[in-house]
Design a protein around this ligand. Structure first.
Ligand code: ADP
Ligand code: MG
Length: 498
């Protein structure tokens, strides 16, 4: 704070306290936050929060990154203000800013420094995404965005809500969570489980865990790139086009942690080969790679066998479906988060229990349900009762994600519905009586399971994936034109899913 003696004494109580006194008050605030919030929360969010000065009742606090700034602003501002006010008179409000306009300091944790890390042509503005994206935006004037530039890895930003803090641990994801934490906590030594590979159906928290790892590692001042499969492919194809492939690869290999989401979408010969090289280079250099997919490595048909086995060579963890307790906890934490922004939004325990029981599919639907309830409450201004909840989430309950269905069960059911045998369906026979049920079974396999076309082909007596594709298209078209068939297929779906 500016206390140059020209300030009239007594005008501003904080000024009157003197610079040292305010800093001392601030230190007390930090100690209290640490005691009240616990070491973990404090270390994550407040350890690097500093008081710059107090002027006109405004306490100006600074943090090293924008991410920290927005997190503190959205989650802890009131709390920090209240604590500060109780320690020092005359504080009216708080403003959080980002320290160091040009190159925000990396925390010089001794371990991070000790870790050998190549420093190639990776100047600050060219760093990939995230904490670095903050840097990118500050450099926006000096360096106009260069699409396809080698420095642009096309990394996606991390979602501030998806942290370890907001991740609820239960039986089905405990192992995945533990592995994620271990990897996030390693401090620059050789990567622990490499790659760490998560797989699970949709909405079970894969992306959430990936982001949580990303945040934590980034907070430790290490270089993180989060890419979805399509971003990886896009970035790579782009680099090839602009003949920057080499630079792109170099850049990829110069990061500490590569996170790749939805790798099941990586395909194409040259791209998957490059993916393989990238994977090998990173892992061989001891860099951590974390990957998520909707299936285990062995079932990634679009990838070469060597790439698959490299992916399987670290730690592979499946995340199971959410049991009711876990669903209830996720729901409660979601409700709490929403209530932070909408204090009047009340959902009683009976309603929460109902929703957790009704929405069985996945976390995404739970999130959808909370949004429905909120919209309902906001629009009608009425409290959320069991009745209104039921109406609000009705379609979510019906349109839940298909549960995992086995191809074998589909074949059995369809065969019995059409009076043929399962071996007829798998056979080479091409009579109409067999072809139609076979095609319907293939179609159902595509829409009700996560299996790829080649995999489905194999399960149908070793047929080619183009045959499966043909069947899927044909039935899709027929359903559009023939309501009886449409009903029939709907019925089969329901029978398989219940
Ligand atoms: P996936 O990537 O596996 O399809 P996501 O990570 O996108 O699933 O999760 C879908 C939604 O469910 C997200 O809003 C996520 O925050 C939430 N979610 C899933 N699992 C959990 C969990 N264990 N704790 C808290 N939220 C969860
Ligand atoms: Mg995901």
């Amino acid at each position: 704070m500016r206390l140059d003696g020209s300030l009239a004494e007594g005008v501003d109580p904080v000024s009157a306290m003197g610079d040292g006194a305010v800093q001392a008050a601030w230190q007390r605030v930090k100690r209290r936050l640490r005691a009240e919030l616990g070491e973990d929360v404090f270390a994550s969010w407040f350890a690097r929060l500093e008081l710059q000065d107090v002027e006109g009742g405004v306490a100006r606090l600074t943090v090293p990154t924008r991410f920290l700034k927005s997190w503190i602003e959205s989650h802890y501002l009131d709390r920090v203000l209240a604590t500060f006010r109780s320690e020092a008179d005359g504080i009216e409000s708080i403003a959080v800013g980002v320290r160091g306009a040009s190159a925000p300091p990396r925390p010089a944790a001794p371990k991070a420094v000790a870790a050998p890390r190549p420093v190639p042509a990776m100047s600050a503005p060219a760093l990939p995404e995230g904490g670095e994206a903050e840097r990118g935006s500050r450099h926006a004037h000096a360096h106009p965005p260069a699409t396809g530039e080698a420095g642009d890895l096309g990394g996606a930003p991390l979602d501030a809500r998806l942290t370890f803090e907001s991740f609820v641990v239960g039986r089905s994801n405990a192992l995945a969570h533990a592995a994620a934490e271990r990897v996030a906590r390693t401090d620059g030594g050789p990567a622990l489980y490499n790659p760490l590979y998560f797989h699970a159906g949709v909405g079970l928290g894969k992306t959430h865990l990936l982001h949580a790892i990303g945040h934590a590692v980034k907070m430790a001042g290490r270089r993180v790139t989060y890419l979805t499969a399509d971003r990886f492919m896009y970035g790579f194809v782009n680099a090839l086009k602009t003949q920057n492939a080499l630079a792109f690869k170099e850049r990829l290999r110069a990061i500490d942690l590569l996170i790749l989401d939805d790798v099941q979408f990586i395909q194409g010969r040259s791209i998957q080969a490059e993916f393989g090289h990238t994977l090998n280079a990173l892992i061989d250099a001891g860099r951590q790679v974390v990957v998520a997919s909707d299936r285990p490595p062995a079932e990634l048909e679009s990838l070469d066998e060597r790439v698959r086995s490299r992916l399987a060579g670290g730690l592979v963890v499946e995340i199971g479906t959410l049991d009711e307790t876990l669903r209830a906890q996720i729901l409660l934490s979601r409700l709490e988060a929403v209530r932070a922004a909408h204090p009047s939004f009340e959902v009683g325990p009976a309603v929460a229990e109902y929703v957790a029981k009704a929405i069985t599919a996945n976390g995404r639907d739970l999130e959808g349900a909370v949004n429905r309830l909120l919209a309902h409450a906001t629009l009608t201004g009425a409290p959320v009762t069991l009745d209104t909840a039921e109406t609000a989430i009705r379609d979510l309950v019906k349109n839940r994600e298909p549960k995992r269905v086995k191809i074998e069960d589909i074949q059995k059911l369809v065969a019995s519905r059409y009076n043929v045998s399962r071996s007829d369906i798998l056979s080479e026979r091409r009579t109409a009586a067999v072809v139609k049920p076979r095609q319907i079974a293939m179609y159902l396999s595509k829409v009700l399971t996560l299996r790829s076309l080649p995999e489905i082909g194999r399960r149908f007596g070793g047929r080619d994936h183009t045959t499966v594709l043909h069947a899927v298209r044909k039935i899709e078209k027929a359903i559009g034109e023939d309501t009886a068939l449409c009903d029939e297929v709907e019925l089969l779906k329901r029978m398989l899913q219940d």
